[in-house]
Write a protein that binds this ligand. Structure first.
Ligand code: ADP
Ligand code: MG
Length: 619
């Protein structure tokens, strides 16, 4: 896996060569870049000394403005000024249900594009602009080309969202060493992975209140690896809400009924400034619609209590999901600009009953952690014992119809073990082929085969009755072991699979890209295959039933049933889902009548004193 590949001979850097690796926090409201210099992680500023790059891209007819330069266009040219592009990443047009001022183009089931003054721009392209700016900033500031980057993503990001992030980085000309979960990066920044006592597991809460989003994650650090135990949050809860609550309060205090657009724009900025000032002082004076008002800390605390309460209840729920008690939490880490608020810190302190870690600037901590990981991955760090890793591709098993059932998804932190139950497909089946595959596609033929083995000695049972437990286990070195066990008889078999040395970066890229590109096509194919398997199953059951009870049907009925059966059999050779579904429906009309006949007959027989066993055996 990735971890092993970077340590491969010939790939590690020469002893004195320092390679440039950066960590990028690609945030919803702000993005930034950090690097490790002389063993110390540092955020990098632009030529004006600014560290935070507002994640805003403005497309005018000629130019592209970014960050603070794009900000003025939010009011003058909102349609061409893209904010919070992160919310659109890896989403199809149909997925995007939240409010936004943009015109999106494209098919419902595909990646949308923003219709801008410079034509159609996808979320991937827009994010790439932000990443490129940060790359340029790093190169200017370090006077050297960047060799590799770690980019952070929310822990809850799915494969499509991660892939979109990876694509954006590639488009920006970055060599992605790894995507790292934001909470993991924060934990790394505080050195929580440097605990030498590997014998004990430790649990950490990462509380991240940013501009527009709230995320809380529980990480377990065990055997040198971070595992995400649970995540929760609100996609629309953050510093912006605190600003709105202050504005609402001030309006009420000042008896202001309504604000026009421009007054509102000024008022919300004033509210935000007031909030930020309260992190350093006890009270603040600001003005709204030409009136002046004072806000002190206790009032601020009560004004935003409703938002704080929401974050607290999420924290409690996530703890429950992770099945942990307060005592199990070793540390709480504060992340996100909004956790600079005294009131937020106070709330966290109370709910977790401990002093949260907040010595590292909360809006820089994720980028700092990412840069530390990047530095290790590129081979600069002396302690090369980086165990943190994730599975680079999904691991699955072949099921009926050549479909893949995923047991471990891509980017799952290792070591990991997953177990799933399967059953037999045919009556009396005594063996089962376990085919292990890797990749993001739904069909086996599009994935990479890792190995196969047969579980033999399953006691003959009716189809669907055997319980076969298949376990996939990936250890910290990326070694996969697969075992299968039939639970009633306890017969078992297993296979060890070597790490994916053979899978080149190009192969990996292709498998990932394919998964992304063909997602909707795969869904259709999966539906087709599942329908076929189901139809085949019914045909076989019907054949069995006819062997026993064909005499119950009148000749015409039997002929109609046989015809429907032959029709479906023939249609199964095609790939026309509509026609197959029709044939299934048609067969159902006749087979339902047959089933009813059989039922009546068996009840009669049973009442006549026939052994009940005859009845159940024929099923
Ligand atoms: P994101 O991760 O969503 O991009 P950030 O972590 O950059 O967001 O957080 C931005 C939020 O932090 C804004 O709502 C901003 O008002 C708030 N913020 C910044 N500085 C302070 C401060 N000193 N006190 C309170 N809130 C602050
Ligand atoms: Mg953030």
């Amino acid at each position: 896996m990735a971890l092993l590949q970077i340590a491969e001979p010939g790939q590690s850097s020469a002893p004195h060569e320092h390679r440039i690796a950066i960590g990028i926090d690609l945030g919803t409201t702000h993005s930034l870049v950090a690097t490790v210099l002389s063993g110390k992680a540092k955020v990098l500023n632009d030529q004006q000394g600014r560290v935070l790059l507002p994640s805003i891209v403005h497309y005018s007819n000629q130019n592209i403005e970014l960050g603070d330069d794009a900000k003025p266009f939010l009011t003058t040219d909102p349609k061409n000024t893209i904010v919070s592009v992160k919310r659109f990443m890896g989403r199809s047009k149909a997925d995007i249900k939240f409010q936004h001022p943009y015109t999106l183009v494209g098919e419902d089931n595909q990646m949308p594009a923003f219709d801008t003054a410079q034509g159609h721009k996808t979320p991937v392209e827009i994010s790439a602009e932000i990443l490129k700016q940060l790359k340029d900033r790093a190169e200017a500031s370090l006077n050297n080309p960047v060799n590799g980057a770690v980019i952070t993503v929310p822990a809850y990001f799915d494969e499509a969202q991660r892939q979109a992030t990876r694509d954006a980085a590639q488009l920006a000309g970055l060599n992605v060493l790894r995507l790292l979960n934001e909470p993991t990066a924060a934990a790394v920044a505080y050195g929580l992975d440097q605990d030498t006592n590997l014998a004990t597991d430790r649990n950490y809460v990462i509380y991240d209140l940013g501009g527009g989003t709230f995320d809380v994650s529980i990480l377990r650090f065990s055997q040198g690896v971070f595992e995400v135990l649970a995540t929760g949050g609100h996609t629309a809860l953050g510093g912006d809400d605190l600003d709105r609550l202050i504005l609402k309060w001030a309006k009420k205090q000042l008896n202001i009924e309504t604000l026009d657009d421009s007054e509102y724009a000024h008022a919300i900025v004033a509210a935000r400034k007031a909030k930020e000032a309260l992190s350093d002082q006890d009270s603040v004076e600001f003005s709204m619609a030409s009136q002046s008002i004072t806000l002190d800390r206790p009032t601020f605390e009560s004004v935003i209590q409703v938002a704080l309460d929401k974050t607290i209840s999420v924290c409690k729920r996530v703890l429950r999901d992770a099945k942990l008690e307060l005592d199990d939490i070793q540390n709480v880490v504060l992340v996100g600009g909004s956790t600079r608020s005294y009131a937020v810190q106070q709330a966290v302190r109370q709910v977790f009953n401990q002093e949260p870690l907040c010595t590292i600037n909360p809006d820089e901590v994720v980028a700092i952690g990412a840069s530390i990981t990047a530095n290790q991955l590129i081979g600069n760090s002396k302690d090369g014992s980086l165990l943190l890793d994730v599975t680079p591709l999904s691991l699955g098993i072949e099921t009926m119809g050549g479909l893949v059932e995923r047991l471990i998804s891509r980017n799952t932190a290792i070591p990991v073990a997953r177990r799933q139950e399967f059953t037999t497909y045919q009556d009396g089946q005594t063996a089962m082929l376990i085919h292990v595959v890797q990749g993001e596609r739904d069909l086996v033929e599009h994935c990479r085969s890792l190995g196969r083995f047969v579980l033999r000695g399953i006691p003959p049972m009716v189809a669907g009755q055997a319980r076969i437990e298949v376990t996939y286990q990936v250890d910290a070195d990326g070694l996969l072991a697969v075992s299968a066990r039939e639970t009633t008889s306890n017969v078992s078999a297993h296979i060890d699979i070597k790490p994916s040395y053979g899978l080149s970066d190009a192969d990996m890229e292709r498998l990932l890209l394919d998964g992304y590109k063909f997602a909707s096509e795969d869904k259709d194919l999966r539906h087709l295959q599942e329908t076929k398997v189901e139809a085949q199953r019914e045909l076989e059951a019907l054949e069995q039933a006819l062997k026993v009870d064909a005499h119950l049907l009148a000749t015409a009925q039997l002929e109609a049933l046989e015809k429907a059966r032959a029709d479906l059999q023939a249609q199964l050779k095609t790939d026309d889902i509509k026609v197959i579904e029709q044939a299934v429906e048609q067969l159902k009309v006749h087979s339902d009548a047959f089933a009813a006949e059989r039922m009546n007959q068996h009840i009669d027989d049973a009442l006549k004193g026939t052994k009940l066993d005859d009845w159940s055996n024929s099923h």
